[in-house]
Design a protein around this ligand. Structure first.
Ligand code: NDP
Ligand code: 2IT
Length: 444
């Protein structure tokens, strides 16, 4: 009853924000058993408070292209919840960005960040700027203009952005340079920084590695592993690249990558040479995935996604709602054992339900992809003490964090009557920590 009322208010307040409604509905529905045990949350209106961002910043981003033409994009930062620490979450540059996308991502980030065990609150930002086809100079001018407004709202103890779709090391570098020039401060205001200027080893790898570590923990509950498994991966950006590398290291055969134009199917599995080619293609040449057909034995499926592939493990690592109910059915019919979400909310609600109902090990994004933000937290920690840890040390922390997230989500699923349902477990474990803190802090 309370849940439906809150959801109705969320929808009527911002009727157009469908991705945000989707994320809120999933969380609220799965915390129902908590509300029965903890009526104080209802009395303190925790649900109404947690679905409303603490602060939303919208701003103009004017910039000039290489031909001297002026463009105006929209920038935003949604500071969603700072109960357990400074706002933390990535920046997305993609033409589809509008407040509904950034609010869904910021809302997910609250619970994801709580699951990491680190003191970080939830936020997200970005712009409808499209980096595709832009020169490095154009991207730099855009990033400088974006930061010329954003800098006054962020800070190492206030709000710490990082990367997401369309924002990687290059963009973080341009934004950090501009922040430093405007503020005269060299601090931990952004994560995903370069290794020479305060970045952490393993941050580039962290989300993909973490997703595979999480999937490995799920497989262990069935006495299984990655060894010899066929793994279908979507996307070919940061998360997909390192998920593929770690899956191969664990003895799996990676049989696909994709981008927004299509999928490559690699029946014999990706090789190390093939992986290096994709890294150079995507990170340096900024090319399209179909260019792989010249370099490795693979098929290119224009306009298609990987989910019809007969695989044991699926790792959706591209974007939201990229795996629907029909595709979930194909995966289940083909005997998929585990699905771990490297992307944020890549499975539609009916796809996620089908995985859970059919006994597929299903790791929702806020648990499975939390390794990225967790390693951002480790980057902040190193910056605060003025140290840089070794690759092995950061990787060990990351691995332990993923093991703990899995353990805590599994335990919450068992404690609240849905054993093995990691959607319920992750939502409850994240929510309770934030909700209890909001009670501690009084009505703010
Ligand atoms: P990148 O920009 O590096 O790569 C994004 C990939 O997804 C590209 O292959 C891109 O293809 C594809 N993609 C993007 N939008 C669409 C779309 N609308 N339809 C189909 N394909 C699309 O981003 P990341 O790898 O960093 O992010 C991927 C996902 O992981 C996102 O959901 C992000 O929120 C999530 N995530 C990222 C973290 C990080 O640390 N980077 C941490 C946790 C989650 P194309 O090049 O054609 O656009
Ligand atoms: O969705 C995510 O967790 C991220 N894009 C990473 C956020 C971060 O602050 O590292």
């Amino acid at each position: 009853m309370v849940i439906e009322e809150v959801l109705e208010r969320v929808i009527s307040r911002d009727p157009g924000q469908k991705e945000f409604h989707q994320a809120v509905k999933e969380v609220l529905e799965s915390i129902e058993p908590v509300l029965q045990k903890r009526p104080e949350y209802i009395k303190a209106k925790i649900l109404d408070r947690i679905v409303e961002p603490e602060r939303q910043i919208l701003f103009r981003v004017p910039w000039m292209d290489d031909n001297g033409e002026i463009h105006v994009n929209r920038g935003m930062r949604i500071e969603f919840n700072s109960a357990i620490g400074p706002y933390k979450g990535g920046l997305r540059f993609h033409p589809s960005v509008y407040p509904g996308i950034i609010k869904f991502l910021g809302f997910e980030q609250i619970f994801k960040n709580a699951l990491t065990g680190l003191p970080i609150g939830g936020g997200k930002g970005g712009s409808d700027f499209d980096p595709k086809g832009k020169s490095d100079d154009e991207v730099m001018r855009f990033c400088q203009s974006f930061m010329s407004e954003l800098f006054r709202h962020i800070g190492e103890n206030t709000d710490v952005p990082a990367g997401d779709i369309g924002v990687g090391g290059r963009e973080i570098g341009f934004m950090f340079g501009q922040y430093k020039r405007l503020t005269n401060r060299f601090d931990s205001v952004l994560t995903g920084k370069g290794i020479n200027w305060g970045g952490s080893l393993v941050r580039p790898e962290a989300t993909g590695y973490g997703t595979v570590y999480f999937a490995q923990e799920m497989l262990k509950t069935k006495g299984d592993s990655f060894e010899g498994k066929k793994v279908a991966i979507s996307g070919s950006g940061n998360v997909a690249q390192y998920a593929a590398q770690k899956a191969m290291e664990f003895g799996a055969k990676v049989v696909s990558f994709s981008d927004s134009a299509g999928t490559i199917y690699i029946p014999d599995g990706l090789t190390l040479d093939g992986w290096n080619f994709v890294m150079d293609l995507k990170n340096n040449k900024r090319g399209r995935i179909n260019e792989c057909t010249d370099k490795m034995p693979c098929e290119y499926w224009a306009g298609q996604r990987p989910w019809k592939i007969d695989c044991d493990i699926a790792l959706p690592c591209a974007t939201q709602n990229e795996l629907n109910g029909d595709e979930a059915k194909m995966l289940i019919d083909n005997g998929v054992i585990a699905v771990a979400e490297g992307a944020n909310m890549p499975s539609t609600p009916d796809a996620a339900d089908m995985f859970v109902d059919n006994g597929v090990l299903f790791g929702p994004g806020k648990a499975a992809n939390a390794g990225g933000v967790a390693t951002s937290g480790l980057e902040m920690c190193q910056n605060h003490v003025g140290m840089a840890w070794s690759f092995e040390e950061v990787d060990k922390h990351l691995h332990n964090i993923m093991i703990n997230i899995h353990k805590n989500a599994l335990k919450a699923s068992q404690d609240y009557g849905a054993p093995g349902n990691y959607i319920v477990g992750a939502n409850i474990a994240g929510f309770v920590k934030v909700a209890d803190t909001m009670l501690d802090h009084g009505l703010i």
